[in-house]
Write a protein that binds this ligand. Structure first.
Ligand SMILES: *[C@@H]1O[C@H](CO)[C@@H](O)[C@H](O)[C@H]1NC(C)=O
Ligand SMILES: *[C@@H]1O[C@H](CO)[C@@H](O)[C@H](O)[C@H]1NC(C)=O
Ligand SMILES: *[C@@H]1O[C@H](CO)[C@@H](O)[C@H](O)[C@H]1NC(C)=O
Ligand SMILES: *[C@@H]1O[C@H](CO)[C@@H](O)[C@H](O)[C@H]1NC(C)=O
Ligand SMILES: *[C@@H]1O[C@H](CO)[C@@H](O)[C@H](O)[C@H]1NC(C)=O
Ligand SMILES: *[C@@H]1O[C@H](CO)[C@@H](O)[C@H](O)[C@H]1NC(C)=O
Ligand SMILES: *[C@@H]1O[C@H](CO)[C@@H](O)[C@H](O)[C@H]1NC(C)=O
Length: 569
């Protein structure tokens, strides 16, 4: 999934019609451009020109107090007379015609010297390793009129631009108190479970998660049991009589009839807390209508894009050297330096455009085991785009409809023997199970150094239709930003030791149920077929997330998405 971070560079300049007397005021620190570059990587800056009048400096002393407790807002002085960014670039001000308004021969684009400047936080494009370093992008400026130059309007201005909720005396507005409360009270697995991955690996517990569900067992001959983990698991089973069996923390389960929109918002969305909603979809028309025959009739001739892998394993991480073009493939040095695990690749499944009826045949044959080595998956297939008539058969949940904004609505269909490897999605998710079930292993998104978040190069499998074989053929010049390099079945704990302290949560979505999975929770997904229909069918709603985080950035914190500030009251 390619994600774009939009640039957000704003500078505000405030001109005031006052005489320029130099005032020295010890409490207001004068920042030099080099320091501003660092400050702006972490937050915004409101600065008063060194030569501004005493009245304006007085206002700034009050501003300093008002934002004293905001880590991401800096208030200070700045010398705009001779302002030059490191590297020599001059200060540019929005709305000033560079050609006609020159004030010194060296500073071509600054115009009249302003009294007050505002710099927004530098937006970092974390998505593209080839893009120029963000420190080279210098912020520009804009202007507000002199009559707005008082404490109240400046506090309001900074609040609007820096996503803060301060009052003139440094207190928090009610919305700010609520935002703080939300951030301080996110659901925390450590508060309710002591079980770490290290403990589970010591006892084979992770593998039990899969094996107790019967998953992989019938395919194990060509997949799982070749891995060491399998033996660990068998040993653990033998020892089971000795007690000490560990329970992974289970997802909370609620009934859709028992919860109202406000309660759901407070208990789950705001707390970023995963929860299973029982019988959430049994009243959808789709529950009865979407049989294999019905879908065939309606969309049989439609071309769909499906994903194929040899063993039902979707998007794991493996050694790059296993790939055919490894020797020829060159990654530019500048990119290489930014890759935390340059020897690994995310394995993307092969893609194939087929008639929907052919896809249905393929999964039927796979279920009957007349095809053994090909697993086909209709993954995140947009219902709105490809099958809009089906929209009337499903419903958004009442408890989110008026709160969150829907971004994507997808269908997922397979023979029900698939794994989606450990990753996160930047959306609040309602995953709704129409046939078969899914079991997920989740990890909270609050300390991603444990999951080793980062850019990992991608590679795409090639599929040969005539002999149904796969080749590890193409290393791509793109990276994935949402996959963990950790193989749950065979973790390299020497290389990824922090994973030992991660605490898992497991959620099982039975047929007819839905899982609310907040954005950025890491998850590995095991799918199982409905025993009669031999398929797994799910629909998911991806919403603009309530809590947001920059990524890849293991140390970045989650915070309330500014898009939803209107929901803070
Ligand atoms: C989890 O525990 C920490 C530390 O004990 C505490 O500050 C926090 O409020 C707890 N969170 C919840 C949601 O209970
Ligand atoms: C979760 O709780 C633990 C201890 O209970 C605490 O150390 C940690 O900071 C908490 N994490 C978050 C994101 O609140
Ligand atoms: C974690 O383990 C400690 C020590 O065994 C125990 O006192 C505590 O209650 C446990 N906490 C949880 C959340 O299970
Ligand atoms: C698919 O196309 C064929 C040939 O055009 C047609 O005979 C058949 O009725 C179509 N099937 C469906 C389900 O629309
Ligand atoms: C299926 O995979 C197994 C193990 O990788 C291999 O031995 C066998 O030849 C494959 N069968 C086909 C039909 O490709
Ligand atoms: C696909 O497999 C067939 C049969 O083994 C082979 O003849 C053909 O060259 C393969 N195609 C490609 C593109 O590798
Ligand atoms: C994040 O997890 C690592 C590994 O367990 C730990 O060393 C580090 O202190 C944690 N950081 C925070 C902020 O909790």
């Amino acid at each position: 999934m390619a994600l774009v971070v939009v640039c957000f560079l704003v500078i505000l300049v405030i001109f005031a019609n006052v005489s320029k007397i130099s005032v020295s005021e010890p409490n207001l620190y004068t920042y030099i451009p080099e320091e501003l570059v660092n400050i702006l990587e972490d937050g915004c800056f409101l600065g008063v020109n060194d030569r501004a009048s005493r009245e304006i400096v007085e206002i700034f002393l009050s501003l300093l107090q008002a934002f004293a407790n905001e880590r991401h807002v800096t208030i200070g002085r700045v010398n705009l007379e001779n302002f030059q960014w490191p590297g020599g670039e001059h200060l540019k001000i929005d709305g000033i015609d560079c050609k006609s308004r020159e004030f010194t021969e060296h500073s071509a684009c600054i115009g009249p010297i302003p009294n007050v400047v505002f710099f927004a936080k530098t937006s970092i494009d974390r998505s593209c390793l080839l893009s120029p370093s963000y420190t080279k992008l210098r912020p520009r400026a804009a202007v507000i009129s002199g009559r707005d130059l008082n404490l109240e309007t400046l506090v309001e201005y900074v609040n609007g631009k820096c996503q803060t909720f301060r009052t003139v005396d440094g207190g928090l507005l009610p919305a700010g108190r609520q935002k703080q409360y939300i951030v301080d009270n996110v659901f925390n697995v450590s508060n309710v479970s002591n079980v770490t991955m290290e403990m589970l690996y010591d006892r084979g517990g992770v593998l039990d998660l899969a094996f107790t569900q019967g998953f992989l067992s019938d395919r194990s001959s060509h997949r799982t049991c070749q891995k060491e983990g399998c033996m660990v698991n068998e040993r653990a089973r033998e020892e089971e009589g000795g007690g000490g069996y560990l329970e992974i923390l289970q997802c909370k389960i609620i009934n859709s009839d028992d919860i109202g929109p406000e309660e759901f918002f407070h208990e789950y969305i705001k707390q970023s807390r995963p929860v299973i909603i029982k019988n959430a979809v049994v009243n959808w028309p789709a529950w009865h209508k979407w049989s294999q025959e019905y879908l065939w009739e309606k969309y049989g001739n439609k071309t769909v894009h499906v994903k194929l892998t040899p063993g039902g394993d979707f998007e794991g991480v493996e050694r790059a050297e296993l790939w055919e073009d490894y020797e020829q493939f060159v990654i530019p040095d500048t990119v290489m330096k930014k890759l935390p695990y340059p020897d690994l690749v995310v394995v993307r499944p092969a893609g194939l455009n087929v008639k929907f009826s052919d896809f249905l045949n393929l999964i039927t044959k796979a279920a009957q085991q007349s095809i053994r080595n090909v697993s086909a998956y209709l993954e995140y297939s947009s219902i709105r785009e490809y099958m809009p008539e089906l929209l009337s058969d499903i419903e958004e949940f009442a408890f989110v409809k008026d709160k969150l904004t829907l971004r994507h609505l997808n269908m997922w269909l397979s023979d029900g023997n698939t794994v989606g490897r450990l990753h996160f999605d930047p959306f609040d998710n309602f995953l709704c199970q129409l046939r078969g079930k899914k079991q997920l292993l989740l990890f909270e998104p609050f300390n991603n150094s444990r999951l080793y978040e980062g850019h990992i190069p991608q590679a795409t499998l090639h599929y040969n239709h005539s002999d149904q074989s796969f080749r590890r053929k193409t290393l791509e010049d793109s990276t994935s930003m949402v996959m963990s390099p950790i193989d749950l079945f065979k973790p390299d704990l020497k290389r990824f030791p922090n994973f030992k302290s991660a605490r898992p949560l497991t959620c099982t979505i039975d047929e007819g149920d839905a899982l609310f999975m907040p954005a950025f929770w890491w998850h590995e997904v095991y799918s199982y077929p409905n025993v009669v229909e031999k398929r797994n069918l799910a629909v998911n709603f991806w919403y603009e997330p309530f809590l947001l985080k920059e990524f890849p950035c293991p140390e970045c914190k989650m915070d309330v998405n500014p898009y939803y500030f209107h929901l803070l009251y």
